[in-house]
Design a protein around this ligand. Sequence first.
Ligand code: ATP
Length: 279
Amino acid sequence: MTEGIALAVQGLGKRYGRKAALRDCSFELPAGRVSALVGVNGAGKTTLLSVLAGLLPPTEGSVRLPGADSRIAFVAQDKPLYRHFSVRDMLTLGSKLNRVWDQRRALDWLARFDVPLDRVCGKLSSGQQAQVAFAVAIGSRPSALLLDEPLANLDPLARREVVKELLAAVVDTDMTVLLSTHVVAELGGVADHLLLLADGRLVLSGDVDELLAEHRNYAGPRSEQPPVPGEVVHASHVGSQSTFLVRAAEPVTEPWTTRPATLEDLVLATLENTRTVAA
Ligand code: ATP
């Protein structure tokens, strides 16, 4: 995998009239890796992806693509296709519209998911339409692929296959992937990097393994404080028991027990926290 930065964002903001959909977002996307963009409905994920893809101008801040030959492909949530075009026509269109085009890669993707080339897009299932949109994006050989909710509309088997094929494409071609999702449980083993948005702000970002190594869950007798020092990301008290998710990696003694944090623990606790603070 390439060590480096695929995309550098500094002080990015986007307003729709009076509504600030993105505020002061700064981050770097590691090249040749999969990053996950997570946040509740309305957090600003689509807005951020659209600005990164160059489809929306930011109100403030900048997006920098450090590579000399950086090409971004964006697959929007509604997977726009021409309904009266056949799948083959969509590939022809892809080949005409893109400076770089790899017909073999696009065809291989469609064959992998049994999408009929001669059927018009309007008569494909929504999952098949998503596969056509992925094939066109993959065929353009992007250095960075931005996917807005790519797993929505896919059955569980197709989800697993899409994730597997995307990871293979990342390894084979050093492509950088940024995908937005609500399905946090499916991110384990997929994303190496996390961007967590809440109300347009980036509230957590970084390497997933490092973030997980920095956090632990502690459970024990009811208490206002966790058994170790550190930033409390989340606390819950039920009956005579308390549990804490703490930014700390210290061992504990009985009666407290500890278990490693999962990505789902961390994302859900941080989202709940930001919601509580906002309220
Ligand atoms: P979801 O998970 O529901 O797709 P999201 O995280 O992608 O949400 P965005 O679609 O980026 O969120 O929207 C961020 C905020 O900006 C929301 O409050 C939304 O109502 C607002 N917004 C989005 N597009 C527009 C627009 N064209 N005009 C005005 N407000 C908008």
